[in-house]
Design a protein around this ligand. Structure first.
Ligand SMILES: O=P(O)(O)OC[C@@H](O)[C@@H](O)c1c[nH]c2ccccc12
Length: 224
């Protein structure tokens, strides 16, 4: 008798290929970012995130385009987008989603979300405060990202999933909610996924000695 393989419930984890952090410095080392991508994919993460910002995160738009072309998973472009040209570039790169930061765009957030949707991109509107949640819920974005850190502090603040706990309940369930940043261990992940629909992790994966082991532990952990 062949036992039916029990449907494995995987945790919805978006894995970030984060090559540099203002707080920790170089995260990539001598590794090939495409190998990191393949490792993430082999661990059955839900999606891929990549920061294209150059100055503080050492992003590389050409690498971003390669990631979009090579990955079979949804790819999110993270940057401090302030112009619609950047949305067009994201769409031309054949990405699936673009981060739009409510702190930056404020009352232009809704217009930028619609522009992204018109260009075939999903948007992730990022919030870190109640005020920013107010901007986000007025838009047509399908996804709201709760940044557990204050992005203006460039990661110099710790970042706690308590921010997700505080803001998630202000976000109607018609939105997909992603808890982002400062998710360092399975306890953080458990809290994040108690309030949000998915979790986005970068540093904890990139700093791991054995990336595959840590990513797999996050994706396969029994959290309930
Ligand atoms: O490395 P962490 O703490 O797991 O965080 C990842 C991601 O959330 C973070 O890099 C991030 C969230 N929003 C951003 C906007 C721009 C640059 C980076 C980010």
């Amino acid at each position: 008798m062949i036992r039916k393989r029990k449907e494995e419930k995987l945790n919805p984890v978006v894995a970030e290929i984060k090559v540099h952090s203002p707080k920790f410095g170089d995260l990539l080392g001598k590794r090939d970012p495409i190998e990191i991508l393949k490792t993430y994919e082999s661990c059955r993460v839900a999606g891929i995130s990549y920061i294209t910002e150059r100055k503080h995160f050492k992003g590389d738009f050409e690498l971003f385009k390669r990631i979009c072309k090579l990955s079979h998973l949804p790819v999110l472009r993270k940057d401090f987008v302030t112009s619609k040209v950047e949305i067009e570039r994201t769409a031309e790169a054949e990405a699936d989603a673009v981060l739009l930061i409510a702190r930056i765009l404020k009352d232009k957030t809704a217009e930028f979300v619609d522009f992204a949707l018109e260009h075939g991109l999903e948007s992730v509107v990022e919030v870190h405060s109640e005020k920013e949640v107010e901007f986000a819920v007025e838009t047509n974005t399908p996804i709201i990202g709760i940044n557990n850190r204050d992005i203006s502090k460039l990661e110099k603040d710790g970042g706690s999933v308590e921010v997700t706990k505080k803001l998630a309940k202000l976000i109607p369930r018609r939105f997909v909610r992603i808890s982002e940043s400062g998710i360092a261990n399975l306890n953080d992940l458990k809290i994040a996924l108690s309030y949000a629909d998915a979790a986005l992790v970068g540093t904890a994966f990139m700093k791991a000695d054995r990336v595959e082991d840590v990513v797999r532990s996050f994706v396969e952990a029994k959290l309930c």
